[in-house]
Design a protein around this ligand. Structure first.
Ligand code: GRF
Length: 215
């Protein structure tokens, strides 16, 4: 399977994917890293692992349609089968998503369906919830709303700040994103209505479900 990873910035989730690939945990070919911004760390991460890295700055295109058309051409050129949004900060149009139906996943730093969108950690802390976490989900036409593949949970600590909480959630992100990709490449992911079932894996969240194969 040829996977393209779409990024916009720091690229730590991309790094966790590439490390997993290096360790032989993931077997897919990471055929392309595509960024909507120039000069971001994620592009350097890709290059440091010898992965093809392409920047398509949105500002260079007249319209969203032109921008997405160019993305689709690049994805096609490298025979892409599956897309991973790893900190990609743009909303994709319905027609783009249709071109990769049920073949796009996203990592989001909250326990969806709560806290869709931006500034999740800040909102979690100001609401005083006792848990937060991260979710990997399929991308559909509604923001952060597609079927959830895996979630990981963290407790909120008494003295948490946005910084400390985001750091703990990020560690979870790195694990569950790799796990989700592994399940996809093993062809074990089944979507039934809104729910996702993993063939041969016990149902539940990380880290409470010891049967999950997250490393
Ligand atoms: C992550 O928190 C991800 O969940 C969110 O954007 C952040 C990207 O981080 N969508 P990185 O670029 O992977 O370091």
């Amino acid at each position: 399977m040829n996977i393209a990873v779409l990024v916009s910035g720091r690229g730590t989730n991309l790094e966790s994917i590439l490390k997993a690939k290096q360790k032989g945990i993931l077997n897919s070919n990471i055929s392309l890293v595509l960024s909507d911004k120039e000069n971001v760390r994620a592009l350097d991460v890709a290059k440091s692992y010898g992965i093809r890295a392409l920047a398509l700055p949105r500002k260079n295109f007249k319209s969203k349609e032109d921008f997405e058309q160019k993305m689709l051409e690049s994805l096609e050129k490298y025979n892409t089968h599956f897309l991973v949004l790893a900190g990609f900060m743009r909303i994709l149009s319905d027609s783009f998503i249709k071109a990769f139906e049920n073949k796009i996943i996203n990592i989001h730093p909250s326990l969806l369906p709560c806290y869709k969108g931006l500034s999740t950690h800040q909102r979690v802390l100001s609401d005083g919830t006792l848990f937060s976490g991260a979710s990997v989900h399929f991308v559909n036409s509604e923001l952060d709303s597609g079927p959830i593949i895996i979630q990981g949970v963290v407790s909120i600590l008494e003295n948490d700040t946005e910084e400390t909480l985001s750091k703990r959630v990020l560690e979870i992100e790195h694990k569950i994103l790799v796990q989700a990709i592994k399940w996809v490449e093993e062809n074990r992911v089944e979507i039934k209505q809104k729910r996702v079932y993993i063939k041969g894996a016990k149902y539940g969240a990380f880290p409470f479900n010891p049967a999950l194969e997250v490393f």
